[in-house]
Design a protein around this ligand. Structure first.
Ligand code: PRX
Length: 635
């Protein structure tokens, strides 16, 4: 029996038990048998969760791109590594073989070197879903530079905050992007962001939309001519196991976004292992994850996990609704997709449309369906199962986070029986714990509490860039010696986990994590606004939508014009991006507060959810009378 590939439930239990009994042997064997190392490790795991310090495969040397590219050249050189499916279906898809990808990565890596990027430097990548995006990640990894991808839907302010926080030296972007029937001028957003980023020396610009754009002398360079002139030889920089591979920002409930730092060896082993098992990848499969590489799902399960397994992975530039709601299924038929991985929000949006959008296409190549990013409701699960999987494809409801690096709790297809809305069982090596509010672990089944992980796993983020103290406080302080996810979960009578949602002030809108504090900070910048509070409320496509309660500086009805609502959403778009826009804005004279001045979001949440019969005890509020006035004017 191989530890690496689990094929049935009995094997799962055996492997799981071994992974808990002896984690070092378990991960050591997987690492040794399935990857290319320049030097063996001295120790599989060293950790102290009170600090927290975690080190996997200490002493080992490697380059992740040798594992994702070079080692496949002999057996899979002519196999397709990446299928690029453009936004416009009439544009031809591009098949990039492992050999071609290797060449493109080496050329790009040489361009980075020639432009002054060295091992350890941070490079910000702000690109649409085009091949250069995957290539640029790998090119950074080739030379030991740390990539920091910023999702190309973020605003100039959000981009500059991230560039400054990790002190990037270079930005890689494009003239623009296609998204459905829209074109977006990305370079203009970069130009605006860079007004406040003096440390950026070079901007490499890929051509995608082919429009005239201003290029700043001595800073901006067209990428293609540099690539054309670059050599295809680029020796991989040999890295320490724990060298940072990338930074990826995620929203916190308070403060600025957190730059989660993932390191090389553990991340590689973990994403590769979980990809193989959760998607049961076989040699001739064609795997498609619809996420954007700007999120962790794209890093781990479009780029690193699939490529480390020598898989064929699809990189899709478009959106599910363009040119119509059949696009996903057209792509499935066209490329004979075997594993399809998407978000509940996309499933819900498609389930609202006519069935013939999916019925018109041959979906018989599909073997496994996946979902990620937020709890999937039962209705959406059944729609997916019946109309896309034809009741013949296991659905993997995969729970994980930017911080965890890879999938943590998920069925293993053909092994774990699935139940709608349940992420089911922890993957080997993952030891979940549910905690009560007093910090006690809930033992046994039929319990619900805060979801923690009580033992390190190789894919976990090691720190927050530049702020280890915040890492410790956010993840390792609520419960001693445990990683706290910020999610609530229940364990049913058979030991299956069901994720119930965030227990902090992070709201997941269309699968995107949004912290309430940064949105409130943006709104409060509006000259007319005195104070604001954001909560989530259920939305049938987005999962949650945002409801803002806003106090204006001046009172009186004359200020409450519709333009104000538009202006508030405009300011949010400028500070964060359109994904954080509010669906409802209620102007109010006051907000319910505790005696220490904290806003009681619990009450606002109930009002937004239209569940005001049971508000609990409000007598301890500083201003209980305000509650009824807010209810009376609720939208
Ligand atoms: O609340 C959980 C939810 O998404 C959060 C992590 O978001 P992010 O870091 O952006 O990563 C998303 C992609 C991995 C979690 O804290 N979440 C993710 N997957 C699920 C989920 N909630 C329920 N079920 C899931 N399968």
């Amino acid at each position: 029996m191989s530890n690496y590939h689990i094929k049935n439930l009995e094997e799962y239990f055996q492997v799981y038990r071994k992974s808990v009994r002896d984690p070092e042997t378990f991960w050591g064997e997987i690492a040794e048998e399935n990857f290319m190392w320049q030097k063996q490790w001295d120790k599989v795991l060293e950790y102290d969760l009170s600090k927290p310090e975690i080190s996997w495969f200490k002493g080992a040397k490697l380059n992740i791109t040798e594992n994702c590219l070079d080692r496949h050249l002999y057996a899979r050189g002519n196999k397709t590594a990446i299928i690029f499916e453009p936004n416009d279906p009439s544009e031809k898809a591009e098949h990039i073989t492992y050999k071609q990808l290797h060449e493109r990565v080496c050329k790009f890596a040489n361009v980075l070197l020639e432009n002054g990027i060295k091992k350890g430097d941070r490079v910000c990548i702000y690109l649409p879903m085009i091949p250069e995006l995957a290539v640029s990640l790998l090119a950074c990894a080739r030379i030991g530079a740390i990539h920091s991808v910023v999702f190309a839907g973020f605003s100039a302010t959000a981009l500059s905050t991230r560039i400054i926080d990790s002190d990037c030296k270079m930005v890689i972007t494009s003239d623009g992007s296609f998204r459905g029937n829209k074109t977006i001028n990305l370079k203009a957003i970069v130009d605006e962001a860079l007004e406040s980023c003096p440390n950026i020396e070079t901007v490499l610009v890929a051509k995608r939309i082919h429009t005239e754009i201003p290029m700043k002398q001595n800073r901006d360079k067209w990428l293609q001519p540099l690539l054309d002139a670059a050599s295809t030889d680029c020796a991989p920089e040999i890295m320490d196991a724990e060298a940072p591979l990338f930074i990826l920002y995620t929203s916190g409930s308070t403060g600025k976004p957190k730059g989660m730092v993932h390191t090389t060896a553990g991340y590689m082993v973990y994403t590769s292992y979980t990809f193989k098992n959760v998607f049961q990848y076989r040699e001739n499969d064609v795997y498609w994850c619809t996420a954007d590489i700007g999120w962790i799902t794209g890093h781990s399960y479009i780029v690193y996990g699939p490529l480390a397994n020598g898989a064929t992975t699809v990189l899709f530039e478009g959106v599910p609704s363009y040119p119509d709601f059949g696009r996903f299924w057209e792509v499935v038929e066209k490329h004979k997709i075997t594993q399809f991985y998407t978000a509940p929000t996309a499933i819900r949006a498609l389930a609202k449309e006519r069935l013939d959008f999916s019925e018109n296409y041959d979906l018989s190549s599909l073997k496994i369906l996946g979902t990620v990013g937020e709890p999937i409701n039962e209705e959406a699960w059944h729609w997916y199962d019946e109309n896309i999987g034809k009741k013949n494809c296991p659905i993997v409801d995969t729970w994980w986070q930017t911080e965890t690096g890879g999938i943590m709790i998920s069925p293993i297809p053909y092994a774990t029986p699935t139940i709608p809305t349940y992420a089911t069982l922890p993957l080997p090596g993952i030891q979940p714990a549910l905690m009560d509010e007093n910090g006690e672990e809930l033992i046994g089944n039929l319990v619900s509490g805060r979801l923690c992980i009580k033992f390190p796993w190789p894919g976990m983020a090691r720190t927050i860039w530049g702020n280890h103290q915040r890492y410790k406080e956010t993840y390792f302080s609520a419960f001693e010696n445990k990683y706290f996810s910020g999610d609530g979960a229940l364990r049913d009578s058979t030991g299956y986990y069901r994720i119930t949602g965030r227990v902090d002030d992070v709201i997941i809108v269309s699968g995107h994590n949004l912290g309430t504090a940064p949105i409130e900070d943006a709104i409060n910048e509006h000259p007319a606004v005195a104070e604001s509070a954001i909560v989530g409320f259920p939305h049938d496509v987005k999962g949650n939508a945002l409801y803002g309660f806003v106090i204006l500086k001046e009172t009186g009805e004359s200020r409450l014009h519709d333009n104000l609502r538009k202006e508030i959403n405009q300011i949010i778009t400028e500070h964060i991006g359109p994904i954080a826009k509010l669906d409802k804005i209620q102007f109010t004279e006051g907000l319910p507060k505790t005696r220490s001045g904290k806003i009681m979001r619990r009450i606002l949440r109930k009002i937004a959810e239209k569940d005001t019969n049971n508000l609990g005890d409000i007598s301890t509020l500083l201003n209980p009378e305000v509650v009824q006035t807010i209810i009376d004017k609720a939208l």
